[in-house]
Ligand binder design. Structure first.
Ligand code: SF4
Ligand code: MG
Length: 313
């Protein structure tokens, strides 16, 4: 359900009830201006699908996307595209999303000129300024993607997203492909950019260590549903949901994150045929008969701290 907060926030409710695969099942998520929300879960939990829905890259069988108080999908495509330039997505693999035959000048500078934000004569200065902002030498603007390191390509991807003056960045595993030392640098860049440009982030990651670094609020998903949502400090200090607790006890420190991070007991069930009741019940150490029969709903167990578990009554 969407509440009155939708009027001031970037809100979307999403679901795919009609689909065979319930990648995202009846999820509502509001991200407030200036907030950094970390969206965490194992692969296949639907977090990427949710991110793609938020930016309009993935259709919903039901639900509503709100952006700055407007139901964005009600607008004609051309108007919608312009309105939602303020929402940009940054992907895990910048190499795959950067055209190998385009120079950085065009990769970064094309969209702002197309959308009339910058004139053709201003384009070069504009791109140089963006490269500088993301910590790249502006002299690199004649280069092609293959002439950059992985970390530099991540910065090019960020510069491209920033080029259309976004307010809300959806980052899907934006540092997952990078070496750990480079990850920390790029995360610091995200934090600096948020402060300098008043950005709002939805930061999608399988890695609680990454999210801990920069989130104000953390949302945990399991098999297409939100199981817990709380201020970041509270998630790390007093997690409520048994799945979150399991994630926390199996999460390595950022420095050693190359170690496979999911040590939660048992296999992830197939999203094609999720367990009944609480999806987590086959893996949960606290499962009771009710857990396989009845879906737990999200309850506010402390201010702004929501959890979907029958242990809360
Ligand atoms: Fe475990 Fe039951 Fe809570 Fe699900 S509802 S997390 S199975 S105790
Ligand atoms: Mg993913």
């Amino acid at each position: 359900g969407l509440d009155a907060a939708a009027k001031i926030a970037n809100v979307f409710g999403a679901g795919m009830k009609e689909e065979v695969v319930h990648a995202v099942d009846d999820v509502s998520l509001a991200v407030y201006p200036g907030e950094v929300v970390g969206l965490v879960g194992e692969s296949g939990c639907g977090k990427s699908t949710l991110g793609r829905m938020a930016v309009g890259l993935h259709s919903m069988t039901f639900g509503t996307r709100w952006w700055k108080g407007e139901e964005i999908d009600k607008f004609a495509p051309a108007i919608r595209r312009r309105k939602q330039l303020g929402i940009q997505m940054i992907f895990q693999d910048p190499y795959a999303s950067l055209n190998p035959r385009m120079r950085v000048h065009d990769i970064v500078g094309e969209a702002p000129v197309t959308h009339g934000m910058v004139s053709a004569s201003e384009q070069k200065d504009y791109v140089e300024g963006l490269l500088q902002r993301v910590g790249l030498d502006p002299a690199m603007l004649r280069r092609f993607p293959h002439q950059f390191s992985g970390g530099q390509r991540a910065r090019v991807g960020i510069a491209r997203a920033l080029a259309v003056k976004p307010e809300f960045l959806i980052c899907d595993e934006a540092v997952a492909a990078l070496d750990v030392s480079i990850q920390a640098q790029v995360l610091n860049l995200f934090i600096r950019l948020r402060d300098e440009m008043n950005l709002t982030y939805l930061f999608i990651s399988h890695d609680l260590g990454v999210v801990k670094h920069l989130s104000d609020r953390v949302v945990i998903m399991y098999l297409g549903r939100v199981v817990e949502s709380a201020p970041a400090s509270e998630v790390f200090a007093c997690a409520n949901h048994p799945y979150t607790v399991a994630l926390l006890t199996s999460a390595p420190k950022l420095e050693v994150k190359k170690i496979e991070f999911m040590a939660v007991h048992g296999e992830i069930p197939s999203p094609l045929n999720p367990p009944t009741g609480c999806h987590f019940h086959p893996r949960c150490p606290h499962a009771m008969p009710r857990c396989s029969a009845e879906r737990p709903i999200l309850k506010e167990i402390a201010p702004q701290h929501f959890s979907a578990c029958h242990l809360n009554g």
